[in-house]
Design a protein around this ligand. Structure first.
Ligand code: ATP
Ligand code: MG
Length: 556
């Protein structure tokens, strides 16, 4: 397993440590329990790092369990995506994939147990009636008129629910707890519903499905989970979790602990809203590089280790908070700065003709891929016609632009020679179409002999040997720091420039790289060859992130 650098100073780790020390826990067993109703997002990454990380830190295990009690919204596509995401993040689940649906037989039996012990009943109230009986936060609820059905009647009705005799919504099975409880979750919660839908794992075997609350703790118990960690919105469900565990003959008694979910500014972390972006084709899919999904971040070029580092940085607390997205961006940039090979790509190309070189001049210049790490080197063809960035040329010299290429002035080509601009050509609209220049001889790796040193260094690519590449320039999807603040307004905050496609030029050595190869394109930013669309004949690179936090460097 990848070293996931768990720090172990979060409160969950402390609890586990104490339980191991006191002997309460022999071996820690955790689980990550996604519902397969969408792709995982950066918030789930926090949960994954916590669950797998703590288990790993204390020599325990972590299961991957699909919490699949809602067949209408779930699919095999999501299951496959989630498995791939967890693996990509660097974690290994213990044994086989688990499904809550693996336990449907056992859960059915346990529901029967509750009926037999007088702790559950079939209720025929309509959803509207049930709502009225439920009471409010300030008023107690009322007992359902079906609450005192006999055990025999309940057993018979529950069996008939299971055999498909009743329509959806006709009745439900409820736990008999306390309609006057100050905790609404204990007011005779529903434990089974009729749903006449095919399930992606169990097919048409069932037409009744257990609720999340009736499934979760018991699944934990079946798997021998010792510490069941979830987000704070389940805090009020904990008494119910404990009630089921206490009232059923479960093999072990797991405990639930809650932590604060991750909210990230400029970002949506609601699966429902992310799904709407996909369904409304606002983005190109769940793995669109602008999405905060793990697959989206992967396609954008984020590294698994940078996401794990980010999760370490933000820590785990017992309260919800908002995290600055700059922290995530910093983690990515820092990792790429240290590890990504360097290469050259010209995003807004301007041709330079070096007139004192012969037409067929071809010289291979060797350059290391990284200034410090030993990542090898590549050969860069140097030819009479090259591309530089439009922004590096100025028609007239000024002090402000003294590092720019301008007639009569010199510039160093990165990893190459010094050249001097002679003149330039323009089209009818007044755009500079090409610069004419001359090579200053004997300047490879040394200063010009005449002492006239260039002030600036520019990146460049051979015009005749370089490759045209599609550059997908990504920026934040939302312009507002809190797109999630109210209802469904988030569409109003979309950044119209979140994707700008450019045709640039890359070194020939880059065309043939495999998909998902990351680079620092010098002076431009960090890029990755697209996971799906990059091909040697048609290179496609995605902008992961600019070189510095300054957004003007993420050119658009
Ligand atoms: P949503 O509410 O967006 O539909 P969910 O939280 O219901 O998503 P699940 O698939 O049930 O999604 O989540 C699996 C696990 O990930 C749960 O334990 C959940 O608490 C955790 N999780 C989900 N979102 C976050 C988040 N933003 N931060 C931390 N953990 C999260
Ligand atoms: Mg959920």
């Amino acid at each position: 397993m990848t070293d996931t650098t768990a720090r172990g100073n979060n409160f969950v780790a402390k609890i586990v440590e104490e339980d191991l020390a006191s002997g309460k826990t022999e071996k820690v067993v955790m689980r990550f329990p996604p519902e397969p109703n969408g792709f995982l997002h950066v918030g789930h990454a926090k949960s994954i790092c916590l669950n797998f990380g703590v288990a790993q830190q204390f020599g325990g295990e972590c299961n991957l369990r699909f919490d699949d009690t809602n067949p209408e919204k779930e699919s095999q596509e999501f299951i496959e995506a989630i498995k791939a995401d967890v693996t990509w993040l660097g974690f290994e689940w213990a044994g086989d994939i688990r499904y809550a649906s693996d336990y449907f037989d056992q859960l059915f039996e346990w529901a029967v147990c509750l009926i037999k012990s007088g702790n559950a009943y079939v209720c025929d109230l309509s959803p509207e009636e049930a709502r009225a009986y439920r009471g409010t936060l300030t008023e107690p609820g009322k007992n359902s008129p079906y609450r005192e059905r006999s055990v025999e009647e309940n057993l018979e009705l529950f069996e008939r629910m299971r055999s498909g005799e009743f329509d959806e919504g006709a009745c439900v099975l409820r736990a008999k707890i306390d309609m006057a409880s100050s905790n609404m979750n204990l007011r005779d919660p529903i434990i089974y519903r009729i749903r006449k839908v095919t399930h992606h794992q169990t097919g048409d075997k069932w037409c009744i499905y257990p609720t999340y609350d009736f499934t979760h703790g018991q699944s934990d118990a079946i798997e021998g989970v010792t510490h069941s960690v979830c987000t704070l919105e389940f805090e009020d469900h904990r008494p119910l979790y404990e009630w089921f565990v206490a009232n059923l003959p479960v093999p072990v008694e797991p405990r639930q602990y809650e932590f604060g979910r991750l909210n990230l500014d400029y970002t949506l972390t609601s699966k429902r809203k992310l799904k709407s972006l996909v369904d409304e084709e606002i983005v190109a899919g769940w793995d669109d590089p602008r999405m905060p999904t793990i697959s989206g971040m992967r396609r954008r070029g984020f590294t698994p280790s940078s996401i794990r580092t980010f999760c370490d940085m933000i820590g785990v607390t017992r309260s919800d908070g908002m995290v600055d997205i700059a922290m995530l961006e910093h983690a990515v940039r820092d990792d790429l700065n240290r590890n990504a090979p360097r290469a050259m790509c010209v995003i807004n190309p301007l041709k330079v003709v070096i007139e004192n070189l012969p037409e067929d001049h071809l010289e291979m210049l060797s350059a290391p891929f990284h200034p410090e790490l030993d990542l090898g080197s590549r050969e860069m063809p140097f030819t009479r016609e090259i591309m530089i960035d439009q922004g590096d040329f100025k028609e007239e010299y000024s002090k402000k632009f003294k590092k720019k290429f301008t007639p009569g002035k010199r510039i160093r080509l990165r990893q190459g020679y010094v050249i001097e601009a002679v003149d330039y050509d323009k089209d009818e609209q007044g755009n500079v179409t090409q610069v004419r220049a001359r090579l200053v001889e004997n300047t490879l790796g040394c200063d010009p002999e005449d002492g006239d040193k260039p002030k600036g260094v520019v990146h460049w690519v051979s015009a005749s040997h370089g490759k045209e590449a599609e550059l997908r320039m990504y920026q934040r999807l939302f312009l507002d720091p809190t797109p999630d603040r109210s209802g469904d307004d988030y569409r109003e905050f979309l950044n119209p420039e979140s994707l700008v496609i450019k045709q640039g030029w890359v070194e020939p050595a880059l065309a043939g790289v495999e998909a998902e190869t990351r680079f620092q394109f010098e002076r431009e930013g960090y890029f990755v060859s697209d996971r799906f669309d990059h091909m040697a004949e048609k290179p496609v690179f995605n902008l992961t992130i600019g070189l510095r936090e300054d957004k003007s460097l993420t050119r658009s």
